[in-house]
Design a protein around this ligand. Structure first.
Ligand SMILES: NC(=O)c1ccc[n+]([C@@H]2O[C@H](COP(=O)([O-])OP(=O)(O)OC[C@H]3O[C@@H](n4cnc5c(N)ncnc54)[C@H](OP(=O)(O)O)[C@@H]3O)[C@@H](O)[C@H]2O)c1
Length: 268
C-alpha cells in the first residue's frame, strides 16, 4: 500500500493517474490537513483520507510514501514518516528543489529516497518527470516509483542530481513558457487587428494543436517547423524575426539559465 502526503494539485493528479491505471482505492491512504480537499478526494476516488500522520492506522506498512507537500513545509512534515524507513518504505518526493541530502536529513541516512520533478501537464496524464534515486533505493523500489510516475506521463532517470536544476528550468517551469507563448500570440493577433476573443481562441488552439502534433509526430520539432515554412512565405517572414540573432533562441537561453540559477538558490 501507499501513503500520499499532500492531496493538493499535483498529489491529486497523481492519485487520479494511479487509480486509472488499476490501483484499488483501498491501496492508498491520503494524508491531507485541509478538510475540504480531503472530503473531495474521498468522495471522488473512494480513498481513505486522514488529516495527519497520527491518524494513520497503527499497522500501516506502506511500500511507498509519496511526499507531495510544498517545499516550504517539507522540513516540518517529512520527519513524522521517517519511522517507515525501518519497515522498507521508499520515499518519493515531488517537492521542487529539495535535495536527496536534505530529505535524508529528515528521513534518516539509510532511507531509500527518490527525488523527482514532475510538471503540471500531469493533470491530463501528459506530464514528464525526471527522477533521481539515493543509493539506498533498491531495483524494485525504483521500478515501483517509475510506474507511479508514469501513471501521469513520461519518466526519465538521471544519476547526476546536479542536473535537477536544469530539469526544473526546462520541464518543471516549461509549461509556463508555453502558456506565455499563447498569451503573446493572442496579444500580437489583437494588435494586428483581430477581435481580442478571436485572437485568444486562435492562439490557444494553435498552441494546443501544435503540441498534440508534436506529441504524435515522429519528426523533430525542427522538421515540423520546416514543413510549415515555404520559402518566401508568411511563416518564413515571421521566423526571420523569431530566429534572428536577438530572437527567441538567446531569449530562451537566458530564461532557462535564470530558472536554473534560481533553482540552485532555492535548493535545500
Ligand atoms: N504544481 C506544479 O507545477 C509542480 C510541478 C513540479 C513539482 N511540484 C511540487 O509538488 C508539490 C505540491 O505542489 P502542488 O502544486 O500540488 O501544491 P498544493 O496544491 O498546495 O498541494 C500541497 C498540499 O499539501 C497539503 N499539506 C500541507 N501541509 C500538509 C501536511 N502536514 N500533511 C499533508 N499534507 C499537507 C496542502 O494542504 P493545505 O492546502 O491545507 O496547506 C495541499 O493540499 C510541491 O512540493 C511542488 O514543488 C509542483
Amino acid at each position: 500500500m501507499l501513503i500520499l502526503v499532500g492531496g493538493g494539485k499535483m498529489g491529486a493528479a497523481m492519485l487520479g493517474g494511479w487509480l486509472d491505471r488499476g490501483m484499488r482505492p483501498e491501496e492508498a491512504i491520503v494524508v491531507e490537513p485541509s478538510a475540504e480537499i480531503g472530503a473531495a478526494l474521498a468522495a471522488r476516488h473512494g480513498v481513505t483520507v486522514v488529516d495527519g500522520p497520527e491518524a494513520l492506522p497503527p499497522d500501516t506498512r506502506p511500500e511507498v510514501v509519496v511526499l507531495a507537500v510544498k517545499p516550504q513545509v517539507m522540513e516540518t512534515v517529512a520527519p513524522a514518516y521517517a519511522r517507515f524507513a525501518a519497515t522498507g518504505s521508499v520515499f518519493l518526493s515531488i517537492a521542487a528543489g529539495k535535495t536527496l541530502a536534505f530529505l535524508a536529513r529528515l528521513l534518516g541516512d539509510g532511507a531509500a529516497v527518490v527525488r523527482s520533478m514532475p510538471n503540471t501537464p500531469a493533470a491530463v496524464r501528459r506530464g514528464v518527470t525526471v527522477a533521481c534515486a539515493s543509493p539506498a533505493v533498491g531495483r524494485d523500489q525504483r521500478d515501483r516509483c517509475q510506474s507511479l510516475l508514469e501513471a501521469v506521463g513520461d519518466c526519465h532517470w538521471i544519476d547526476d542530481e546536479g542536473l535537477m536544476d536544469a530539469v526544473t528550468a526546462v520541464s518543471g517551469s516549461g509549461p509556463a513558457y508555453v502558456f506565455l507563448l499563447a498569451e503573446c500570440l493572442a496579444e500580437a493577433g489583437a494588435a494586428a487587428g483581430l477581435p481580442a476573443d478571436l485572437a485568444e481562441k486562435l492562439a490557444r488552439a494553435t498552441v494546443a494543436g501544435s503540441g498534440e502534433l508534436l506529441h504524435r509526430a515522429e519528426e523533430s520539432p525542427a522538421i515540423l517547423r520546416r514543413n510549415v515554412t515555404s520559402p518566401g512565405g508568411t511563416t518564413a517572414a515571421a521566423l526571420g524575426v523569431l530566429m534572428a540573432e536577438d530572437g527567441l533562441r538567446p531569449l530562451m537561453d537566458r530564461a532557462v539559465a535564470a530558472a536554473t540559477r534560481r533553482s540552485r538558490e532555492l535548493a535545500g
